[in-house]
Ligand binder design. Structure first.
Ligand code: SAH
Length: 218
């Protein structure tokens, strides 16, 4: 399939982008990536009519596709000043939507998922888009992907009790990681790696599914 078949921004996608801009997303680079991705392809047919609402939606296995506003906010908070990632890691592939958005902004995207059927679903969702720069892994995101590290950014799409140490160690100098931290009440924490350590910033309150250890094979 030719990219132009799916990546041309539709009226619904432009409306969503306008809403996200009004809600506080400042990066036009991120918004232009978001409007290239057909979000309806990442949810069941029964939810197609809701695909461009700014809400999380169920994707099975007790998981959700993230709210577009949060996807945009998280990506813009770690986007390098030049507006493009060299190598970015996503933890929590889910249906693959955010990985697809990241693919428009990165040379290489890696994404890990611990639930095998979701990993397979994401693979199937992404296949027709032919995004040659996305690599999916079935694994536990608490370990990161040491073989592909270092990353200039890491986006964690599930809530952890604290920022996992292994992931911090897989950042480049100047690299950034964003993680929803907490149990019921979660806050987005942004860390930037510097030569001498890390600088932390606190962003908005959010609600994510938990980041759990171990694998779910079926
Ligand atoms: N990124 C998705 C949202 C996925 S929801 C999107 O684009 O909409 C969060 C995902 O994180 C779930 O699929 C869940 O199974 C996964 N997850 C939770 N803990 C994990 C872990 N330790 N390693 C990898 N994935 C994990």
């Amino acid at each position: 399939m030719h990219a132009s078949d799916w990546s041309a921004p539709t009226a619904q996608r432009l409306t969503l982008a306008r809403r996200l801009r009004d809600a506080g997303v400042a990066s036009e680079t991120v918004l232009s990536a978001l409007i290239r991705i057909p979000r309806e392809r990442f949810v069941d047919e029964a939810l197609w009519s809701r695909a461009y609402e700014d809400t999380a939606l169920p994707i099975g296995h007790g998981q959700t596709i993230s709210q577009p506003f949060i996807v945009a906010r998280m990506i813009e908070s770690v986007l390098p000043p030049r507006g493009r990632f060299k190598r970015v890691l996503e933890v929590g592939t889910g249906c693959g939507y955010q990985a697809a958005v990241l693919s428009q902004l990165a040379d290489e995207v890696y994404s890990i998922e611990r639930i095998k059927p979701l990993y397979e679903r994401a693979r199937a969702n992404l296949r027709p888009l032919r995004l040659a720069n996305v690599r999916l892994a079935y694994g536990d995101g608490y370990a990161g992907l040491p073989a592909a590290a270092p990353f200039d950014a890491i986006v964690v799409a599930a809530a952890a009790p604290q920022i996992p140490e292994e992931l911090k160690q897989q950042l480049t100098r100047g690299g950034k990681i964003i993680v929803p931290v907490g149990r019921d009440d979660q806050q987005l924490l942004l860390l930037e790696r510097r030569v001498a350590g890390f600088i932390e910033k606190r962003l908005e309150l959010v609600r994510f599914v938990p980041m759990l250890p171990g694998l779910v094979p079926a």
